[in-house]
Design a protein around this ligand. Structure first.
Ligand SMILES: Nc1nc2c(ncn2[C@@H]2O[C@H](COP(=O)(O)O)[C@@H](O)[C@H]2O)c(=O)[nH]1
Ligand SMILES: [Mn+2]
Length: 468
């Protein structure tokens, strides 16, 4: 039997013809009739596809206010991308947080975006699954000693810890990796290699004092590193296969894995394991610092801001750069969450207010003002850099202005000026908008002493040196 026979029988050509013909010819080779063979082929015919929703079908709750012309442009871009996104057939509602900024082509969920859907969209929790904040309180420890201790035990930069310096996640986490097909093949080994590492970009270890008690606190920010990134890749591939069959018009970035499938169940369970790995990844660093200081941790909690949560209405709430602010958002949730702003500002400890117009979320930070490259261009113009870019003197002047009074450290030994406070929106404005929209209540603050970030780890990379 050939493709033409299927077309003659009224079927429309597509990728599904290959397995359909294999099945039909298997029937014929076993002596079955042409009618039976055509029936066998028909079983592969894709069902009807889901069309995109109409333009204004879904409500978008906006909790963002532009404070200047530049922010107006940002808000328009965020609105445009959300308007395209909510045309995805299974999406039910969306919200925009005060720290929102675009994060990809139009139709991609912005940072500071919340989307409620009937299904799981890997693209909407982003590649850095479970990027999160964790805090531990170290009573009686002075901030400098704590920052020194963290500096000695942590790992920033690309890749994982070298062999011989690796640490293992708990047995429970390792066995959960082994049991899930999404988390085998390379994900498990990455889970060991990347354990107790923080990566690069704006991930940090921040030490400060609690406004309420004066006690010293350590706050870390990072995600699920390579294991999470690999799960994301696998999830996107599976989701895209469903998209091609169920809703080819849907934007690739918004492809979904239906919840009521084996793929959906396993992906959901893999997400929970990655969450467990990430929590351990924060606390192992806090514990190593405590051990180095022979200190005790009095209290700790954490929250993710890139994740998917399932609420009692059965829907999946995706937060990309959004902090859960509804009750019992996870089995280990406290009533407090952590919102950083920039290295020179206090980190906010908030109690979420489960606002309906925020779909039960609050912001996750101040949000970027500029992309990294735009920010560098702006600093170069402001500090009069020549065509070779910022000079060591320029960098020293920028650091002096932006980190004065702070113990600001860069793990690589070189500052990454694109991550300094001027890269982010006004902390005061974002704080005012959290209050204005009633998304959360600030109950305490961590006043900055200093922090460590990866810094510019490519500074002395061979390809950079060649260009200079
Ligand atoms: N306390 C600090 N906060 C910082 C720093 N760099 C960035 N930030 C804030 O974190 C959020 C979260 O970023 P994301 O990568 O998860 O989107 C960001 O919006 C900033 O407000 C820092 O060095 N210290
Ligand atoms: Mn983050």
């Amino acid at each position: 039997m050939s493709g033409q026979d299927l077309i003659d029988a009224g079927m429309s050509q597509g990728k599904w013809f290959r397995p359909a013909l294999d099945a039909a010819n298997a029937v014929l080779s076993k002596g079955g009739s042409v009618t039976d063979a055509l029936e066998a082929a028909k079983a592969f015919q894709p069902g009807p596809t889901l069309a995109l929703r109409a333009d204004n079908d879904i409500e978008i709750y906006s909790n963002i206010r532009a404070e200047n012309a530049f922010e107006q442009d940002n808000v328009e871009k965020v609105n445009a991308t959300m308007r395209a996104l909510v045309r995805t057939p299974v999406v039910r509602a969306a919200a925009i947080m005060p720290d929102a900024c675009p994060a990809g082509p139009v139709g991609t969920i912005p940072v500071g975006g919340v989307v409620a859907s009937e299904a799981i969209h890997p693209g909407m929790h982003s590649a850095d699954i479970c990027c999160s904040m964790a805090i531990s309180i170290f009573p009686g420890v002075d901030p400098k000693s704590l920052l020194d201790a963290v500096h000695a035990v942590t790992h920033f930069g690309p890749g994982g810890r070298p062999r011989g310096a690796q640490l293992k996640p708990s047995e429970a986490t390792l066995s959960a990796f082994e049991q899930n097909p999404y988390l085998r093949d390379g994900v498990l080994s990455a889970g060991i290699e990347h354990f107790a590492t923080q990566g690069d970009g704006n991930h940090f270890a921040y030490v400060g004092t609690m406004k309420s008690t004066g006690e010293t606190a350590l706050v870390t920010h990072h995600g699920s590193r390579a294991p999470g990134a690999r799960l994301y890749d696998k999830g996107m591939k599976v989701a895209n296969r469903f998209r091609e069959r169920i809703s080819p018009e849907t934007h690739r970035e918004n492809a979904w894995i239906p919840a009521d499938t084996e793929e959906g169940d396993l992906y959901w369970s893999a997400l929970q394991t990655i969450r467990q790995w990430t929590r351990e990844n924060h606390y192992v660093l806090h514990d190593m610092a405590a051990e180095k200081l022979s200190a005790k941790v009095a209290d700790r909690f954490w929250n993710e801001h890139n994740f998917v949560f399932r609420k009692s209405d059965g829907l999946f709430y995706h937060g990309k750069g959004a902090t859960p602010a509804f009750d019992n958002w996870a089995h280990d949730a406290t009533d407090l969450t952590i919102i950083p702003l920039n290295m020179a500002e206090p980190i906010l400890i908030v109690r979420g207010s489960n606002a309906a117009h925020g779909l039960g979320f609050s912001p996750h930070g101040a949000g970027r003002n500029f992309s990294r490259s735009a920010h560098l261009r702006q600093l170069s113009a402001e500090y009069g850099a020549d065509s070779r870019g910022l000079s060591p003197n320029n960098v020293a002047a920028i650091l002096e202005k932006e980190t004065s009074g702070l113990d600001a450290r860069f793990f690589s030994g070189f500052a990454d000026v694109s991550e300094l406070p001027s890269a982010y929106k006004s902390a005061a404005n974002v704080r005012a908008q959290i209050e204005h929209y009633g998304l959360a209540e600030v109950v305490d603050e961590v006043i900055p002493y200093g922090s460590i970030m990866a810094g510019d780890w490519q500074k002395n990379a061979p390809w950079r040196k060649k260009r200079q």
